[in-house]
Design a protein around this ligand. Structure first.
Ligand SMILES: N[C@@H](CCC(=O)N[C@@H](CS)C(=O)NCC(=O)O)C(=O)O
Length: 208
């Protein structure tokens, strides 16, 4: 299996999940700064994903899986004993899918592309920051009432995704100072050996 990734991008989420599950993946880096995007081996990434974005998981039979929330569930289901996702068809799985969709649509796509492109303008970025703050308040309330993870006691694929996205905050001036439970959660997740291993493999600075 091969994971197409870009260091610290949303592809860190399936990368963490693969390490947590003990699934070996080859890594192929994609340069997102060049257009067209190229892979580490120099091929045009649009041949892999016509949408041009990571993550893509290439299975050993050549099947290409796109969309982070689908990829992390696929990986978790390969190793059900990992507990990274409750069994399909259960209410617990539906709640997990709700979290994945929330992170994808209410957070991921608010941080990116809006806060990574100053050329979109201060007004657009202020709208995105306000919306993110509202949604993080919801996460904060949820974590303060329960935890230690989104689904309760068990670390799941939703935590890999939330950690990946909210960790961008320090690069794009999203203020987390009024979210103490969320900050404690990020520290907790950042201490997990699998998270640190995935981050190191991408050449990222690992939290102290
Ligand atoms: N809907 C996709 C979005 C993935 C995405 O936004 N990837 C970003 C990195 S976090 C990317 O590769 N952007 C480059 C581009 O769109 O050209 C998913 O959820 O997997």
């Amino acid at each position: 299996m091969k994971l197409y990734y870009s260091a610290g991008a949303c592809s860190l989420s399936p990368h963490i999940v693969a390490v947590e599950a003990g699934i070996a993946v080859d890594l192929e880096r994609v340069s997102l700064t060049k257009t067209p995007h190229t892979t580490g081996s120099g091929t045009d990434f649009s041949a892999v994903n016509p949408n041009g974005y990571v993550p893509v998981l290439e299975l050993d039979d050549g099947t290409l899986l796109t969309e982070g929330p689908a990829i992390v569930q696929y990986l978790a289901d390969l190793k059900p004993e990992s507990g990274l996702a409750p069994p399909a068809g259960t209410m617990a799985r539906v709640h997990l899918q709700a979290w994945l969709n929330f992170i994808a649509t209410e957070l991921h796509k608010m941080y990116s592309p809006w806060l990574f492109h100053d050329e979109y303008g201060a007004q657009a970025q202020a709208v995105a920051r306000n919306k993110i703050a509202e949604r993080l308040r919801y996460v904060e309330t949820h974590l303060a009432a329960g935890g230690p993870f989104l689904a309760g006691e068990a670390f799941t694929v939703a935590d890999a995704y939330l950690f990946t996205i909210v960790s961008w905050s320090r690069f794009v001036d999203v203020d987390l100072s009024s979210f103490p439970s969320l900050r404690a959660y990020l520290e907790r997740v950042g201490r997990r050996p699998a998270v640190r291993e995935a981050m190191k493999a991408e050449g990222l600075k690992v939290p102290a």
